[in-house]
Design a protein around this ligand. Structure first.
Ligand code: CO
Length: 134
């Protein structure tokens, strides 16, 4: 069911510093940062030949990644995102297998203007999983 790895997301306390190290030390192709107030994050993408790294810095008072950074002050891997063909088919299969979908269980429009869902990390070896309809 899962397809391509769309991105790996890293929560960072300082997006400018994180973007600089990906660009200057790793030689990555890093996009300019974009504020996404609806998602409570500022995002920059590192474009790789086969996938992306998404650098996330909290934006505003109720950022969904602030708690993660409180526990991991220097940053860390926050989630990874797999593409699926049909997000509702994927959700129904996951629920029937006992996996927990976060929030109200309905897809939201994600950072790439496509429907996304998040799955409970306790059901996936301690890793928050995002599904995005490709
Ligand atoms: Co993501």
């Amino acid at each position: 069911m899962i397809g391509k790895l769309n991105h790996v997301a890293i929560a960072v306390p300082n997006l400018v510093a994180a973007a600089a190290i990906y660009r200057d030390a790793l030689g990555g192709n890093v996009s300019p940062p974009v504020d996404q107030p609806d998602h409570g994050v500022t995002v920059a993408f590192v474009e790789l030949p086969n996938t992306k790294v998404e650098l996330l810095q909290p934006l505003g008072d109720n950022s969904p990644i602030q708690g993660f950074l409180d526990k991991n002050p220097s940053g860390g891997m926050h989630h990874m995102c797999f593409e699926v063909e049909d997000i509702l088919v994927a959700r129904d299969r996951l629920v029937s297998e006992g996996a927990r979908v976060l929030g109200n269980g309905e897809p939201k429009i994600g950072a790439h203007d496509k429907p996304v869902l998040f799955l409970h990390p306790k059901d996936f070896s301690g890793t928050l999983i995002e599904l995005e309809q490709a």
